[in-house]
Design a protein around this ligand. Structure first.
Ligand SMILES: [Zn+2]
Length: 155
């Protein structure tokens, strides 16, 4: 078994699911989420908002990824491969896809919104174009229920 693992790792052909699971095991849930949120923020899909189109990992992400690769040399170095695996909603176990986050004005003042954003739809609210469809649905449901008077900006 150990020998097989060594061969597989030397091959450097990790699929995205194995890579993601290995990274989830390596780090804690909060850091994993933060890593994905930062990747989304820097993804080329969002470049129309003035961010550099081909930004790589941030310093803290790079440090973490180096530590991860020290333990798992088969993990890729390329930002594209990292994005393929890590642009992902850990809550709904869903890859982030092109779309549009749900955006309404004034909702941040609604009691409980920030907590709900973090715990129920971390990839569903805002101007982002990389979204988790289930987060968007959860966000719309939450807002319809708790902030029905909020003004939708895109729906
Ligand atoms: Zn989600």
């Amino acid at each position: 078994m150990a020998e097989l693992d060594t061969v597989r790792l030397r091959d450097s052909q990790m699929d995205t699911v194995s890579l993601r699971n290995a990274f989830r095991t390596f780090t804690d849930a909060a850091t994993f989420r933060r890593f994905a949120i930062q990747l989304r923020r820097d993804a080329p899909q969002n470049s129309q908002y003035g961010r550099p189109p081909e930004r790589g990992l941030r310093y803290w992400q790079d440090e973490l990824w180096l530590q991860f690769r020290a333990q798992l040399p088969a993990a890729p170095e390329s930002i594209d491969a990292i994005r393929d695996a890590m642009l992902w909603c850990d809550l709904h176990e869903h890859s982030l896809v092109d779309g549009q986050g749900f955006l309404v004005s004034g909702v941040y003042e609604t009691p409980g919104f920030v907590d709900a954003l973090e715990s129920q739809f971390p990839f569903g609210y805002g101007y982002w174009q990389l979204i988790c469809p289930e987060c968007v649905t959860a966000c719309k449901t939450w807002i319809a229920r708790y902030a029905p008077d909020a003004e939708s900006e895109n729906d």
